[in-house]
Ligand binder design. Structure first.
Ligand SMILES: [Zn+2]
Length: 402
């Protein structure tokens, strides 16, 4: 400590004094599973009230239309919640983007619905770390910066989406538009490790559905006239998995289709997740998908429709990103918080922001762990720590006059 200017010191103290824990407890009590539209609407309302403390006008933006391949191979619409959007001083020369997500992985009927104290200073609960704690941290930092008279030459956008845990299909365009022209972005996923370590490089991720249509026939009388869609889907799964490497993970997750034992099946769907480490690996994966589908369609005499895409582009550690990480690390050091970063296998909206050419630190949220499980927890002290870290990071970014 001790390397803070007096305005910095005042700002981080204001950030840490915000009612962070009260907010997390209130928000975690609302189920906001990505598919719980009613819960998401309640959550969006609570957030809109709180974020209206900032300058600018909060709006709740309708999601983009999204469809998915159902079990019969048809494209069906999928509903998502509205997304919170706030623009503050859009005319200011220096612009930042801050993002978070209000949804959780816990559906309305999941048994994990309430917070409870696991031990002194450790709060368990759905979304406490991922990422209702992070949203509280973001808001506290921004309020603290604004309360100090603000920074007139600094503007920012806030996006809190409602579908991050399902890949942000309805909010990706909003985030991409908000990323345009930004000096840097901060996203409030929980720290990669409970000690506060940030997530550095991330792979990309793509989900694909291969709809295979063959021809049915009697399994005994004329099987040669059939075109077995299940067999073709299995062949495709093996071909895709054959290229698995440390920089391209391929997970054939599910084959649906088929029917009675005495019928050559004419229909199957293969669902696959692919995780390329770099843009080159993503390109390789795209080529592989195209060529494997064409080869299998030819050899098995079936039709294959490919649906899906790489919703999360790879996020390598660029020079610009490293400079931003270094700025955050320095802010942490000045606050007495040692902070490092490491590559992780997970993906988030930070992937998409980085793909817009904007450097992003996407784990500015709380310290905690066991996320996406009923043992999820948040280390309560990290609320104040991280609010201070974010406030200082925003001030330091603002001090780089463009
Ligand atoms: Zn998350």
């Amino acid at each position: 400590m001790g390397s803070l200017a007096s305005t910095e010191q005042e700002t981080v103290e204001r950030a840490a004094a915000e009612p962070l824990l009260d907010q997390v407890e209130a928000w975690a009590a609302v189920n906001s599973g990505s598919r719980n539209l009613a819960g998401l609407a309640t959550m969006a309302g609570l957030l809109a009230d709180e974020f209206s403390a900032l300058p600018g006008e909060v709006s709740l933006v309708e999601p983009a239309p999204v469809d998915a391949v159902d079990g019969s191979g048809r494209l069906v619409p999928v509903e998502h919640g509205r997304n919170l959007h706030l623009k503050v001083r859009p005319e200011a020369p220096l612009q930042l983007l801050l993002t978070g997500h209000m949804d959780t992985v816990f559906d309305a009927d999941h048994p994990f619905q309430a917070t409870r104290w696991l031990e002194d200073g450790v709060l368990g609960g759905p979304g406490v770390a991922d990422m209702k704690g992070g949203i509280a941290v973001m808001l506290a930092a921004l309020k603290a910066v604004e309360a100090g008279g603000g920074v007139p030459h600094l503007g920012y956008e806030v996006v809190i989406n409602s579908d991050e845990e399902v890949g942000s299909p309805g909010s990706a365009s909003l985030i991409a538009a908000a990323a345009g022209g930004k000096r840097a972005a901060l996203t409030y996923e929980p720290a990669a490790l409970p000690d506060g370590t940030l997530a550095g490089a991330r792979p990309g991720s793509g989900n694909f559905s291969f709809v295979v249509r063959g021809r049915s026939a009697h399994a005994g009388r004329n099987p040669e006239e059939g075109r077995n869609a299940v067999l073709a889907a299995a062949d495709l799964a093996l071909r895709l998995a054959a290229v698995i490497s440390p920089t391209l993970k391929v997970n054939p997750a599910r084959i649906e289709g088929g029917g009675p034992n005495n019928v050559v099946p004419d229909f199957a769907i293969l669902r696959v997740n692919l995780r390329p480490a770099t843009p080159e690996d993503e390109f390789r994966a795209r080529t592989l998908i195209e060529s494997s589908a064409a080869t299998v369609a030819g050899e098995h005499d079936v039709a294959i429709d490919v649906h899906g895409g790489f919703g999360r582009p790879p996020k390598p550690m660029t020079t610009e990103a490293e400079a931003l990480f270094t700025l955050v690390r320095k802010a942490g050091a000045d606050l007495g918080q040692p902070i490092g970063w490491k590559a992780t296998g997970g993906v988030c909206d930070g992937n998409n922001i980085a793909a817009c050419g904007v450097p992003v630190v996407d784990t500015m949220g709380v310290r905690g762990g066991k996320i996406h499980s009923a043992e999820e927890y948040m280390i309560v002290d990290s609320l104040k720590e991280r609010a201070a870290l974010s406030a200082l990071t925003v001030l330091r970014l603002a001090s780089e006059r463009p």
